[in-house]
Design a protein around this ligand. Structure first.
Ligand code: DQA
Length: 150
């Protein structure tokens, strides 16, 4: 089973970006933890990070052709702005879990709205790097059972 992990804008800066909010773990560190968990779950992961909305859309479109069974995405600020991202996810119809390090509901009001959440399988936020691990185990469990709630 192939799972694609996408990180959006500014997440390449993790580790030195606003550590009081996002913690000290780098994106590479998060990807290493995910890779370990994926081994245990016996799924294969690929990783993609971009600061460019169109590149993220192109990668989601490519996932429809490369056998990707599920997507985990932290869209960064595109969460709150991008109808195009939501349309890409519905367009490829690949079950997608939304992830955030911070609790977007407990911050500025503009972060509480996600264009993606209504079309995502679920949203995990507020647990730091652990949010990604929870999303991976939850998404894989649902895919293995073959029952998606959306
Ligand atoms: C974020 C939350 C977003 O509001 C913000 O723009 C980010 C990171 C998070 O992981 O907590 O870039 O997605």
């Amino acid at each position: 089973m192939k799972i694609l992990v996408i990180n959006g804008p500014n997440l390449n800066l993790l580790g030195r970006r606003e550590p009081g909010i996002y913690g000290g773990t780098t994106l590479e560190g998060i990807e290493k933890e995910l890779a370990l968990l994926a081994q245990g779950l016996q799924v294969s992961l690929s990783f993609f990070q971009s600061n460019h909305e169109g590149e993220i859309l192109d990668r989601i479109h490519a996932a429809a052709a490369d056998g990707t069974a599920g997507i985990i995405i932290n869209p960064g600020a595109f969460t709150h702005t991008s109808i195009a991202l939501r349309d890409a996810v519905t367009g490829v119809a690949i079950p997608t879990a939304e992830v955030h390090l911070s609790n977007i509901h407990a911050r500025e009001s503009f972060r509480a709205h996600s264009y993606l959440a209504p079309v995502a399988v679920g949203q995990v936020c507020g647990f730091g790097p652990q949010s990604y691990l929870m999303a991976l185990s939850g998404l894989v469990a649902l895919l293995k059972k073959g029952t998606m709630t959306s």
